[in-house]
Design a protein. Structure first.
Length: 285
């Protein structure tokens, strides 16, 4: 269904997309790594189509709203400007989405990499062929992104008939994770030189776990600081402000004190709490 939709937008806006595609070559690499199965021209066609929809929808709505406050001619001009800006913004958000998706994928891969490499080291110690090590990783459902990377290597070897060195080199160019890329290139060099693969994976596992422990310690320090900020600003702050503002209101220093207290207590503080919780979740190693 979606593929047909993409093809339809390409048929309508493909010529425009082909003309502007040389200016967006930087999107192509991220598009490949993100796993989005579209050509650059198809993706740009979709971005153009969605941007035009945003423009067409925004134009009458903004014009109607502004016409209540200013003359309809000025409202139309301003709405045209705002709608155009919104359409351009949507288009450039489309062009940055693959890069964002690549960064998210890399973060997911890096989170599971220390544990997966430890598992690979254990599998390698039984003198299994390199491809069997990736088959064992492909069974780890706890780390779906790493599982996908291992399956890609298996497909290249079993499906396309590549040798393991070529498959490792190819996957190192496709993976969004720099850490996993280093692991693949290191494995390629180790296998090619005939060195001890188990020793390499063991050392790599130790290095990754040390880095993971450092991130955990940094995250713990960050949590300690954020807890202090939460207690001071979110919990004690509103109580202090409520008491202080009530006293000042009794002295005649502040008007509409109830509305101000409600704004801070029921709108500003929940927004700050939500933002803090969101930051903690994305900062988790």
């Amino acid at each position: 269904m979606l593929q047909n939709y993409i093809k339809g937008t390409y048929l309508s806006y493909g010529e425009i997309a082909e003309q502007i595609s040389p200016h967006f070559k930087y999107v192509l690499e991220d598009l490949k790594k993100s796993g989005l199965k579209y050509t650059l021209e198809e993706y740009l066609s979709l971005a153009i189509f969605i941007s035009l929809i945003v423009f067409v929808v925004e134009l009458p709505i903004i014009t109607l709203i502004l016409s209540f406050f200013i003359h309809v001619v000025f409202a139309l001009v301003l709405s045209f400007i705002f709608s155009g800006f919104g359409a351009i913004l949507i288009f450039f958000l489309f062009t940055t989405y693959p890069k964002t998706e690549v960064a998210n994928m890399a973060a997911e891969i890096d989170k599971g990499l220390p544990f997966s490499v430890s598992y690979m080291s254990a599998a390698s110690s039984s003198d299994s062929p390199p491809i069997d090590i990736f088959r064992s990783v492909s069974n780890l459902k706890e780390y779906p992104r790493l599982r996908e990377q291992a399956i890609n290597v298996i497909k290249d070897v079993d499906g396309l008939g590549m040798d393991i060195l070529t498959a490792l080199r190819r996957e190192s160019k496709r993976t969004p994770s720099k850490e996993f890329k280093e692991l693949l290139l290191g494995l390629e060099a180790t296998i090619n030189s005939g060195a001890d693969m188990t020793a390499y994976l063991t050392n790599k596992s130790t290095s990754l776990f040390n880095e993971y422990q450092r991130k955990i310690k940094s995250y713990a320090d960050l949590l300690s600081m954020l807890i202090e900020i939460y207690i001071t600003v979110i919990i004690i702050g509103p109580i202090f402000f409520t008491i202080l503002s009530s006293v000042m209101a009794m002295m005649g220093g502040i008007e509409n004190i109830v509305a101000t207290q409600a704004l801070i207590s029921f709108i500003i503080m929940p927004i700050m709490s939500t933002a803090l919780a969101f930051y903690i979740s994305i900062a988790s190693p």
